[in-house]
Design a protein around this ligand. Sequence first.
Ligand code: AP5
Length: 251
Amino acid sequence: MTVQSDRAAWFEGGEAKCSQPPSPNDRPFRLVLLGPPGVGKGTQAELLCKTLGTCHLSTGDVFRAAQCRNDHSPALRTALDAMRRGELVSDGLVVSMVQERSNCLSCFGGFLLDGFPRTAAQAEALDDLLDQQGVRLDAVLSYELPLAEIVDRLGGRRTCSKCKAVFHTTSRPPHQEGVCDMCGGELIQREDDRPESIRVRMQAYEESTRPLADYYEKSGRLLRINAAGAPDEILERSLEALQAKASAPRT
Ligand code: AP5
């Protein structure tokens, strides 16, 4: 059985190393997932990583892990307050956090960035970091779904307080209500899944993140994916789009 990496290099940054190095990957995929809050990026990231053998790098996960510790610097406290309200964390803090973890971008297993970049400044910073690491982005998968369905996905989301596994009250219910299938931890509603925070997150997405689709489309890296239907169907669409891109002649 393959032991899953604890992604320590991503979660802790600096010199930290993952407990289980990724398996050698002949074709390491380097991908970004774009899309509004709740469209299902985290769910697809999990499935894509299992299929492609890449590592899931989520900036939101790093902030939520930091939330559980109590050694918060003033800058981190400000970031976590912004996150609770549903606002974006400042570009300066997010970029320096990713910079501290930029070795993960040249990891031989590949990567799947989820939640970064979210602004034009972050997209430019990522291009610079990739240049420094000597690697290229293969594609940006942009997941698209009508707002009403997104709100339903967010409203029913429950997250394990221990292992962070994600469930949904109707589309992916746990075997026992309120209890994580993976580790037995308590399932909770994320603080930023309250209606007032959801409104702020959607607004931040429309203003700052949606325009990134154009940025990546212009450089031929964008793949638009219909995010309706079951997670496995969306995975299938994503893999087909990646395959089609890989076999298309370079422009
Ligand atoms: P982050 O953690 O990145 O959250 P997000 O982008 O808002 O995305 P979510 O995790 O809410 O949703 P998702 O698309 O992953 O959906 P999921 O798969 O869980 O960021 C959180 C905050 O951190 C930000 O608001 C910001 O404050 C800060 N932050 C992070 N990165 C930042 C950055 N770069 N710059 C500035 N600030 C940053 O699915 C949702 C639900 O739907 C689940 O219950 C799931 O089970 C269900 N579901 C999924 N797929 C399906 C399906 N196909 N059918 C039915 N149900 C489904």
